[in-house]
Design a protein around this ligand. Sequence first.
Ligand SMILES: NC(=O)c1ccc[n+]([C@@H]2O[C@H](COP(=O)([O-])OP(=O)(O)OC[C@H]3O[C@@H](n4cnc5c(N)ncnc54)[C@H](OP(=O)(O)O)[C@@H]3O)[C@@H](O)[C@H]2O)c1
Length: 295
Amino acid sequence: MPRHVLITGATGKTGASATATLLDHGHRVRALVHRTDGRADRLAAAGAEVVIGDLHDLDAVTRATKGIEAAYLTYPISPGLIEAAATLMLAAEENNVGAIVNMSQISARRDAASDAARQHWIAERVLDHFSGTVTHLRPTFFAEWLISFWDESTSELRLPFADARHAPIAAEDEGRVIAAILENPQPHAGKIYPLYGPVELNHHQIAEAMTRTLGRQVTYVPIGIDEFAAELERHGLAPHFVQHLTSVAVDYRNGIFAGTNDVVRTLTGADPLTVEAFIERNRQFFDGHASSNNP
Ligand SMILES: NC(=O)c1ccc[n+]([C@@H]2O[C@H](COP(=O)([O-])OP(=O)(O)OC[C@H]3O[C@@H](n4cnc5c(N)ncnc54)[C@H](OP(=O)(O)O)[C@@H]3O)[C@@H](O)[C@H]2O)c1
C-alpha cells in the first residue's frame, strides 16, 4: 500500500537516493529541502512534493510532518545535529508520525573523540524516546569519499588511513535500505543497523580496483593526520568538519570502520555495489566531467 513519507536532507546523497527509490515504488514523498536550487527542482520533476525548511525551525518541521506516516532524518556534519533530531522528534510526536529512520554513523560512541560522532550517539539516545518506531543506521564510510577526495590532476587519493580497511557503501544502496524500512518500519523497531558495502579493502586495494575500472593508474598516497587536517583547512572546510574527519581517521586506523554484513541484501533483496560498480556508475566524476561534493 502506498505510504506518505518525509525525507529530510532530500537534496543530499542518501536523501536523494531514498526519495528516488520510494517514488519508484509508488509512494508519496514529501522532500524537505534546505533551499531551492537545481537539486530541489529535480526532486519535484521526479514527483516529490518539495517543501523548504530548516531542521532547526520547529514550525517548518511541524508543517513538514503533517499527514506523514514515516520520516527519514539526516543532517550533515555541522553543528546542531542533536537539536535537529529533537526538533524532528517533537514535530513527529505532534503529528503522530509512526516511524523515524535515523542516519547515524559507525563511529557513534558515547566516548567518541569526534564531536559529530558523539553527537550522533546522543541523538540516537534522544530518538530512542520517540513513541513510534525508531531505527538507527550506522554506515561505514560512503563510497562517495572516492569522488570527494579524487585528485583529477594526479589520479591520486591522498588520505590518512594507513593500511586499515573498510567496505565502502554507496549512498544508492543506503537509500534502498532507508526506503525498505520506511515502507515497513515495524520489523526494524529499535534496531541499530551497521551498514557496509560488500568487500573490505584497504586504500591500496581500492586504488587497484579504480585502476582496473578506469583503465588508468590510480594511486593511494597515505598521508599523516596533521597533513590531512592542513589540506582540509586549505580547502576552507569548517572546523567542526575538520575535527570530525581527523578524529575518525584515528578511528579508521583502529578498525572502527572495518567489517561487512548482509544487511543491505537482507533488507532490499539486492547486493550492495562493489567499488568497481560504483566507479563505473560514477565514471563522469573521474573523467572530470562533473564536480564532487563533500563526503
Ligand atoms: N559520508 C560518509 O562517509 C558517512 C558515513 C557514515 C555516516 N554518514 C552520515 O551521513 C549524514 C549525511 O547524510 P548525507 O551524506 O546523505 O547528506 P549530505 O549529502 O551531506 O546532505 C545533507 C543534506 O542536509 C541538508 N541540510 C543541511 N543543513 C540543513 C538544515 N539545517 N536543515 C535542513 N536540511 C539541511 C543539505 O541541504 P543543503 O546542501 O542545501 O544545505 C543536504 O540536502 C551525516 O550525519 C553523516 O554522519 C556519512
